[in-house]
Design a protein around this ligand. Structure first.
Ligand code: ZN
Ligand code: ZN
Ligand code: ZN
Length: 157
């Protein structure tokens, strides 16, 4: 199990508290799944996450992992990447910080980076004003190749 940095630990604590406030027990298995997702540099499927925990001697079944990931997504602590990239791919999940952000998603390695400061709030209210619509949120993901994968594609790595 990867060590958590201090900011990661406090984010994890906030997420687990939030989970409990919403009436879901923060069981040891849920903690393990949340921590593993938080420390992964890439988006993971339920099976990958379960395999990775099993490799570390922590037995957490795929269904438990799957339900925990769905719960994390439901409470806003995880983001689900469906098959935008490869047709028919299993859902991949990534841990989300609690600040407003967007995602940069590498379509070759499933690496996901958070981008803060989107500048879309103004566009959001302009769009809403025009149609008399009260826009409350927006989402935006960027897909492409990370620096490493772009280098590999160009034959430089
Ligand atoms: Zn996110
Ligand atoms: Zn990549
Ligand atoms: Zn935004």
């Amino acid at each position: 199990m990867s060590q958590l940095t201090a900011p990661q630990q406090s984010l994890l604590d906030r997420v687990l508290e939030h989970m409990v406030r919403l009436g879901h027990a923060a069981t040891p298995q849920r903690r393990l799944v949340a921590q593993e997702l938080l420390t992964s540099p890439r988006a993971l499927t339920a099976r990958q996450l379960s395999d990775s925990l099993n490799d570390q001697g922590e037995r957490v079944g795929v269904m438990t992992v799957y339900r925990t990931l769905a719960l994390l997504a439901e409470i806003g602590a995880a983001y689900t990447l469906h098959d935008h990239i490869s047709e028919g791919a299993e859902a991949h999940y990534v841990f989300c910080s609690d600040r407003h952000h967007h995602h940069l998603i590498c379509s070759a390695c499933w690496g996901v980076w958070e981008v803060e400061g989107c500048g879309l709030s103004e566009a959001q209210s302009r769009v809403g004003d025009r149609l008399g619509f009260q826009v409350q949120s927006h989402s935006l993901d960027y897909y492409g190749l990370c620096a490493h994968c772009a280098g590999a594609a160009a034959g430089r790595v």
